[in-house]
Design a protein around this ligand. Structure first.
Ligand code: FMN
Length: 160
C-alpha cells in the first residue's frame, strides 16, 4: 500500500483512492425556475433513522449548485442496474425531462419512475465544505422495489 498526502495540484491520486469505495448511483431532482432539474450523484449517504435524514454533496463548481442548495425540497432516486442511460442522461445539463416517465410529488418535486428506492426530502441544512456542500434532507416519504443496483467503482459504472 502506497501512502501520499492529498494535494490540490495533483488530485488524481486522491480521486483514485476515493474511487476504491464502491457506491450506488442516484439521481437527485428538484423543481427550479427553469422547470424540473436533475443531477447524477454518488455522494448519497444515510444520516439518521429518527428523525429520518440523508445527505448528498453538490459541487460548488456545478451550474446546478445554486438550485440544489437553495431549494426547499428535493428527491433522491437510487438507480437500478438497468438505469445506466438515466445515470448518463443526468450528467448533462439536467433540464431535459421530456423523454422520461415522471410525475410531481410534494412541493412539485419531479419523481422518476423505475428506481430501486426514492426519498422525498425537505431541505434541512446546507453546510459548505471545501469545493462541495453537504445538503441534509429530512425524509418525508420513501418508496422501494426489489432489484439489483447500478454501482460505481474505480471511476466507472458497473452495470453488471
Ligand atoms: C457516478 C457519478 C457521480 C457523481 N456524483 C456527483 C455528486 O455527488 N455531486 C455533484 O455535484 N456531482 C456529481 N457528479 C457530476 C454530475 O453528475 C454532473 O456531471 C456535473 O454536475 C456536471 O456539471 P454541471 O452541473 O456544471 O453541468 C457525478 C457524476 C457521476 C458520473
Amino acid at each position: 500500500m502506497q501512502s501520499f498526502i492529498p494535494n490540490a495540484q495533483d488530485p488524481r491520486k486522491f480521486r483514485d483512492a476515493l474511487g476504491k469505495y464502491a457506491t450506488g448511483v442516484c439521481v437527485i431532482t428538484t423543481d427550479c425556475p427553469r422547470g424540473p432539474l436533475g443531477i447524477t450523484a454518488n455522494s448519497f449517504v444515510s444520516v439518521s433513522l429518527d428523525p429520518p435524514m440523508v445527505l448528498w454533496c453538490p459541487a460548488r463548481y456545478s451550474r446546478r449548485y445554486e438550485a440544489f442548495t437553495t431549494c426547499n425540497s428535493f428527491a433522491i432516486h437510487v438507480l437500478a442496474q438497468d438505469q445506466l442511460e438515466l445515470a448518463r442522461h443526468f450528467t448533462g445539463d439536467g433540464l431535459d425531462f421530456a423523454p422520461l416517465k415522471w410525475s410531481r410529488g410534494a412541493d412539485d418535486v419531479p419523481l422518476l419512475e423505475g428506481c430501486l428506492a426514492r426519498f422525498e426530502c425537505e431541505n434541512y441544512s446546507v453546510t459548505e465544505a471545501g469545493d462541495h456542500a453537504v445538503v441534509i434532507g429530512q425524509v418525508i416519504r420513501a418508496a422501494t422495489r426489489e432489484g439489483a443496483p447500478l454501482m460505481f467503482l474505480d471511476g466507472r459504472f458497473q452495470p453488471g
